[in-house]
Design a protein around this ligand. Structure first.
Ligand SMILES: C=C(O[C@@H]1C=C(C(=O)O)C=C[C@H]1O)C(=O)O
Length: 353
């Protein structure tokens, strides 16, 4: 081959490369448009059936000298970069609650107390609000420890409809009164969007329970209020579903959302639920929201609360939630898993030392 011949052939290759480049760019623009359409329809980017069909059609048409093996290899590479591009473009938009959208941690101001600022937040109190005396005793104990929050359920999502369902707004009033007296902030669950307005004057943080994590009309309603929300992970919710539930609230206008890992359903019976401890650092990494761990519902047993609380803080939890009752054996709900005030004193002392 003369060098003149080589130059000519390479010149022709250069021309074809230019054409290929134009065609690849034209193809890539179409791939991007398809990616946007998939986003709208909620479809997955990778479509192996479509890729297979393309390859089959091309093989039928292939006259060579390109072998089928080369053809498949080249197109698989094209598909790979195309899918990657579609995924990158769609992730760039990201969720409002995603770290990709906001690098700094969200710090939530609850009546002057900052949640998520690096200092752990502790939320303790009985499973259910039962009486004024009960709330008074718990509130006093919490304030003596310098704690800032009290929890208690007034609307109770019970598995059996025959079990105690909570005292409703009257219960919230009792808790709010005790909280005011001892300078505490109130965390309480709301189950129905219809109760929000009546409850708001008595509650500083609205808790959404595991069973309502995907109650989308309730989540949307929470987007329209200006009180912080503590969203618990659903019983069988994946981390992705959990994050999307938080996005519902943020997307509808309320950015003050905290996440709470409370254990997931597995085959294990030694604990009430299986605490997904890895969810804590994953949620911290993938979202900018404060993350709590409910050590009572995840374990359902009092003998391991201390190591579990320490583990939660060690993996980066911003807060811990646990149940405390002046007389657990007489409690109207979850009698076996709530700490007595004496048990709580010891637990808290050991946790803070
Ligand atoms: C462009 C699409 O998305 C992906 C990329 C493909 C391609 O590059 O041709 C084919 C299928 C999908 O894996 C599509 O679904 O059509």
């Amino acid at each position: 081959m003369t060098s003149e011949n080589l130059t000519q052939l390479r010149n022709r290759i250069d021309e074809i490369n230019d054409q290929l480049l134009d065609l690849l760019n034209e193809r890539t623009a179409l791939v991007e448009a398809i990616g946007r359409e998939k986003d709208k329809q909620g479809l997955k980017k990778y479509d192996p059936i479509r890729e297979q069909q393309i390859i089959e059609k091309l093989r039928e048409k292939n006259q060579g000298p390109l072998t089928d093996e080369m053809l498949i290899h080249v197109f698989k590479e094209i598909f790979k970069v195309s899918v990657k591009l579609q995924e990158e473009k769609s992730h760039k938009k990201g969720l409002l609650v995603s770290r990709k959208n906001k690098l700094e941690d969200t710090v939530i101001d609850v009546q002057g107390d900052m949640i998520g600022d690096g200092e752990p937040t502790f939320v303790f109190g009985p499973c259910s609000v039962e009486s004024k005396e009960q709330m008074e005793r718990v509130a006093k104990n919490l304030s003596e420890k310098g704690l800032k929050y009290i929890r208690g359920g007034a609307f109770k999502p019970r598995t059996s409809p025959y079990d105690f369902q909570g005292l409703g707004i009257e219960g919230l009033k009792m808790m709010s009164e005790a909280a005011k007296k001892y300078g505490l902030r109130v965390v309480s669950e709301i189950m129905d969007a219809g109760d929000l307005e009546a409850a708001l004057p008595y509650v500083d943080v609205i808790q959404i329970g595991a069973r309502n994590m995907q109650n989308f009309s309730l989540l949307k309603a929470l987007g329209h209020i200006n009180k912080p929300v503590l969203l618990k992970r659903g019983l069988s919710a994946t981390i992705e579903e959990f994050v999307n539930a938080a996005e519902y609230i943020a997307m509808h206008g309320n950015p003050n959302v905290m996440l709470c890992e409370r254990g997931i359903r597995t085959y294990e019976k030694a604990t009430r639920n299986t605490l997904d401890i890895s969810a804590v650092p994953i949620l911290k990494r993938e979202t900018h929201l404060p993350v709590f761990v409910d050590i009572t519902h995840s374990t359902g047993r009092k003998d391991i609360l201390l190591p579990i609380a320490k583990a939660a803080l060690a993996v980066g939890a911003d807060g811990i939630m646990a149940e405390v009752h002046p007389n657990p054996m007489l409690a109207l709900s979850d009698a076996n898993q709530q700490m007595s005030l004496e048990e709580f004193d010891l637990f808290y002392k050991k946790l803070r030392n």
